[in-house]
Design a protein around this ligand. Structure first.
Ligand SMILES: O=C(O)c1cc(=O)[nH]c(=O)n1[C@@H]1O[C@H](COP(=O)(O)O)[C@@H](O)[C@H]1O
Length: 324
């Protein structure tokens, strides 16, 4: 987590831009502008819509990355949005991760994996790459992620392979603890016989899973996902998990505010990274400046300008709430 913390400190901004493109979030003229280019590259006409959207997603992402790379420390591409397009989408996921890393950003791959130990070890290659493929023993890293999100429902043997891979590759994981969604309470708020809630028990496990990997800044490689929509539990978790860095999604589109997340930071204003996806990448739609008559380039300029402004507004709101 040291690299992430240093990246946050460099820009004085504890926020991450979520790269979660959907068809509705990309201006239609941008998608249309790739029709001819893609038509020649697909094997059958049925592949055309997915292939065209995939290319448009990459152009959209690159525009946003270029617009925010100097003001945010990190991006979080959500793999579901790319998998929805099939292999062409997955390619664009990896290209997006690679491009963001080349721009100096910490890349948090939101892949939410979790399985039995042997399968978790295979998923963990997201972090430590494919060592055997390269003769000199160095790993081939096709994913270009600095961290991934992990689901803890399978318990310790589903997590250990990720911690090992993260340690080997000097990377991190973020484990779901108290998620932002409305139904999360169905499981996470249940009472256990010892008086703890389920999410508190998971929190204690996460603090334990990271105990051997604490870095120079006092945080381990094993972070926790804590929703911005749960300010009180987030504040209590901050005290309960002194060595665990938080990824805090749910800001903006899900209703979380800078005030809501303030308690999830430590006394030094560190310890958390707040995500906004739709609030930033969809800001162009709310700008009041979009028109269907714009060219693809004009629409992308608006995407860039609006995303940058939304990221600056989020940064400034967090600075006021957190770095008091
Ligand atoms: O792990 C996550 O990032 C995550 C956990 C959680 O509890 N809630 C949550 O919204 N997320 C992700 O964070 C992003 C939130 O997107 P917006 O609501 O558009 O800002 C999506 O990629 C979600 O999958």
């Amino acid at each position: 987590m040291d690299r992430l913390i240093e990246a946050i400190n460099n820009v004085q901004n504890p926020s991450v831009v979520g790269l979660d493109p959907t068809e509705a979030l990309v201006p239609p003229q941008v998608v249309d502008s790739f029709a001819d280019e893609v038509r020649d590259s697909v094997d059958s006409p049925e592949e055309l819509p997915a292939a065209q959207l995939a290319v448009a997603y990459f152009e959209f992402n690159r525009t946003i990355i270029d617009a925010v790379a100097d003001i945010v420390p990190a991006v979080k591409p959500q793999i579901a949005m790319y998998e929805a397009l099939g292999p062409a989408g997955v390619d664009v996921y990896t290209m997006t991760c690679e491009y963001a890393a080349q721009q100096g950003l910490y890349v948090l791959g939101d892949v939410k994996r979790g399985d039995i130990g042997s399968t978790a070890a295979a998923y963990a290659h997201h972090l430590n790459g494919v060592a055997a493929a390269v003769e000199d023993g160095s790993a081939f890293d096709p994913w270009h992620e600095d961290a991934v999100t992990v689901n803890p429902y399978l318990g310790t043997d589903g997590i250990t392979p990720f911690v090992q891979a993260a340690t080997e590759a000097d990377k991190d994981i973020f484990v779901l603890v108290r998620t932002s969604n409305p139904s999360s309470s169905e499981l996470q708020m249940l009472d256990l016989a010892d008086g703890k809630k389920v999410y508190e028990h998971v929190a204690d496990l996460v603090e334990g899973w990271g105990a051997e990997t604490i870095g120079e800044h006092g945080y381990s490689r094993v972070g926790a996902v804590v929703g911005a929509t749960h300010p009180e539990e987030g504040r209590a978790l901050r005290a309960r998990m002194p060595h665990t860095f938080f990824l805090v999604p749910g800001y903006g589109a899900q209703g979380g505010t800078a005030q809501d997340v303030a308690g999830m930071f430590d006394a030094d204003g560190s310890g958390a990274l707040v995500n906004s996806s739709r609030g930033i990448i969809g800001a162009w739609k709310k700008s009041g400046k979009y028109s269907e008559s714009m060219s693809a380039d004009e629409a992308l300029d608006l995407v860039a300008e609006s995303a940058r402004q939304a990221a600056l507004d989020m940064r400034d709101a967090l600075r006021i709430a957190v770095y008091r």
